[in-house]
Ligand binder design. Structure first.
Ligand SMILES: Nc1ncnc2c1ncn2[C@@H]1O[C@H](COP(=O)(O)OP(=O)(O)OP(=O)(O)O)[C@@H](O)[C@H]1O
Length: 614
């Protein structure tokens, strides 16, 4: 048996907070004083580095946090810079008006670039976004309005009352302000609801959707954010250099940017900044040896991916963990505490209307009919078992009900509404929650964050609140944390709250997944083989938990192979074989049905009459 994980060491938040404030204060003073020690060339380099840092944070948000491969960041950068250049030099607009229009133009391009993400992911998305970046470079190189290969000179320096921004020293402070806002805003997103859902989507888009995360809108939001950062960086670049040309926005620059994010640590925005600063300095050192520089970036990226996948930013915690392992485990081993039952809500009404109605559902996979004209009604407040031999279509039925599969024909009605083939997040938001046969916890989120994602019902389209009502975002988040703690305590998981689920024993992970599904406050809970891999005592606890969830007013449908559990827990059982319903009734009734006995005799899991005796 595996050793239980060590509980997270109990540190009070105050000393950590004090250290953070001290580090931030020191960084602020250093940033403020930096220009005093630099000559005019060095301050120019620093100004360029800050622009790359803003670009890297934007790329980090889209790629590292939201998991959207975005090789068009350089095009966003270019659109911001070129739009500023064209609007100021050709249309004669003022710098700041042009800047606002340029960022809006970049956002529009961001939405265009993000559209393929609704259909394709991972390397396919990389190819599509790279294609769009190439199209941009080719357009600016050939278009007359952008000045062709020669580019556009004569961009005016932005003006600010009382500040002479022609001085690169003072321009530094403008950029520093933009950088601090960009990083601070990014961190704000990452640490609250929007960022959490993006990280959940990155880890497992399917599970995130099943928990109510609006995956398509989240993907577009990721591209929109990346484009805003790219646009702002482009505007600052145009104001700094006062000249734009295609080579500044080439694919070589994109790969440099990508290398910055990977080397620094793409899942941490501070890591992206560390990567941007380090690589920009290396680039500066190798400015006369471009070929060597390209080879060096490539080699360093490969080394980082192999030896430090969390990048430079992840190194301190990896070193800390390694030291802790050498010294022996820290803390006390964590144990699950007993589940605290819910208070009984109204007793189940046998005549309650059906909360779920599946009517004549067929699901065909090419030549295979996984479901064949399946119908079932589940009254509110019931615990319904769905059993059947391996491959009989149980999980497919759950996938159709929860919107992961579109049925070939038939209809799914939930809470009186036709919700056939609605997106999983819509069904989740309508009150349906589920677990998966093979656990689908978000591995890079803590147990608490897994629960938080499920509790969160805010709409991604309301993300404008991050800009206009940040305090209300923080207040909501505090409320989500309070509710998450209640769920965690009820499910006896308090010792694991700050740990990654992957480090937990299997039985604990199963409980976390059920807690997460219940945290979504469903009216209907679908449990797919919740007892798989559990020992006898854990199965007993599971039975107690499921009964209590039902007693709190939630309807439960459970797929299970453990017939002892099904017989003792479920009020009614639906039996599937070969994709068809072959029996339905109380456990005792179906156990006596000849068709059921026959179906099970042909299955490797054993014969039903024997297990029904338990
Ligand atoms: N995405 C898919 N593509 C093709 N075939 C599929 C797909 N999903 C399921 N099937 C097939 O549909 C049939 C029913 O599978 P399903 O997983 O629903 O069975 P099950 O009753 O849940 O089995 P088990 O008890 O082993 O989990 C199987 O033959 C399976 O191979």
């Amino acid at each position: 048996m595996s050793t239980p994980p060590a509980a997270a060491p109990r540190t009070t938040g105050a000393p950590r907070m004090r250290t953070r404030i001290a580090i931030l204060a020191a960084a602020a003073v250093a940033a403020w004083l930096l220009p005093y020690g630099l000559d005019s060339y060095a301050i120019h380099v620093v100004d360029v580095i800050l622009i790359f840092a803003i670009l890297a944070v934007g790329l980090g948000l889209a790629m590292g946090i939201a998991g959207q491969v975005n090789l068009a960041q350089v095009a966003f950068f270019g659109v911001g810079a070129y739009a500023t250049a064209i609007l100021t030099t050709r249309a004669g607009l003022g710098f700041w008006v042009s800047a606002v229009l340029a960022v809006l133009a970049t956002m529009a391009i961001g939405l265009v670039v993000g559209t393929p993400a609704l259909r394709v992911q991972s390397h396919y998305l990389g190819i599509v976004t790279l294609g769009l970046a190439l199209a941009f470079t080719s357009w600016v190189t050939n278009a007359e309005i952008s000045g062709g290969a020669e580019g556009l000179p004569g961009i005016p320096v932005p003006t600010l009352p009382g500040i002479d921004l022609t001085s690169e020293y003072l321009y530094y402070y403008l950029e520093l302000f933009a950088f601090v806002v960009a990083l601070g805003f990014g961190e704000f997103i990452v640490r609250t609801s929007l960022g959490r859902r993006m990280r959940a989507m990155r880890d497992d888009a399917l599970a995130a959707g099943a928990l109510g995360a609006e995956v398509p809108i989240l993907r577009m939001t990721a591209f929109l954010l990346a484009s805003v950062y790219g646009g702002v960086a482009g505007v600052l670049y145009a104001g700094l250099i006062q000249y734009v040309a295609p080579e500044s926005f080439s694919i070589a620059t994109m790969f440099l940017l990508l290398a910055m994010v990977i080397i620094g640590g793409r899942q941490s925005l501070v890591g992206c900044v560390v990567g941007a600063v380090s690589l920009a300095l290396v680039r500066e050192a190798l400015v006369d040896h471009p070929t060597i520089a390209q080879i060096a970036y490539g080699s360093v990226v490969v080394l980082v991916v192999v030896f430090a996948p969390t990048g430079l930013a992840g190194l301190p915690s990896r070193i800390r963990d390694a030291v802790a392992r050498r010294r022996g485990r820290r803390g006390v081993p964590a144990r699950m505490k007993p589940f605290v039952p819910y208070e009984m809500s109204a007793a189940a009404d046998p005549d309650a209307p059906a909360i779920l109605r599946v009517q004549g559902v067929t699901k065909q996979f090419r030549g295979l009919k996984a479901l064949d004209d399946v119908s079932l009604d589940v009254p509110a407040g019931e615990i319904r078992g769905v059993v059947g031999p391996n491959g009989s279509g149980k999980t497919t039925l759950f996938n159709v009900i929860s919107g992961l599969y579109r049925p070939t024909s038939g209809r799914v009605e939930f809470r009186g509404r036709d919700m056939t083939a609605h997106a999983p997040y819509r069904l989740a938001r309508a009150g349906m929650s589920r677990t998966f046969q093979n656990l689908r916890l978000f591995g890079a989120l803590t147990v608490q964050e897994n629960i938080l994602v499920a509790i969160d019902r805010s709409h991604t389209a309301e993300s404008w609140r991050y800009l206009l009502r940040p305090i209300s975002v923080l207040r909501r988040d505090r409320d989500l944390h309070r509710r998450a703690r209640e769920v965690i305590d009820r499910f006896g998981l308090s010792e694991f709250a700050g740990l990654a689920p992957g480090a937990l024993p299997y039985g604990t992970q199963r409980r976390v997944e059920i807690a997460r599904a219940v945290a979504a406050a469903p009216a209907l809970l679908l449990l797919d083989e919740p007892a798989a891999g559990l020992n006898g005592e854990e199965v007993r606890q599971l039975s107690e938990i499921v009964r209590s969830i039902r007693d709190s007013g939630v309807t439960v449908i459970v797929i299970e192979h453990n017939m002892g559990l099904v017989m003792s827990l479920c009020e009614r059982v639906t039996v599937l074989a070969g994709g068809r319903v072959i029996a339905e009734g109380t456990p005792a009734q179906v156990a006596r049905t000849p068709a059921v006995i026959e179906a099970y005799l042909g299955d490797s899991m054993g014969d039903l009459p024997e297990v029904s005796a338990t």
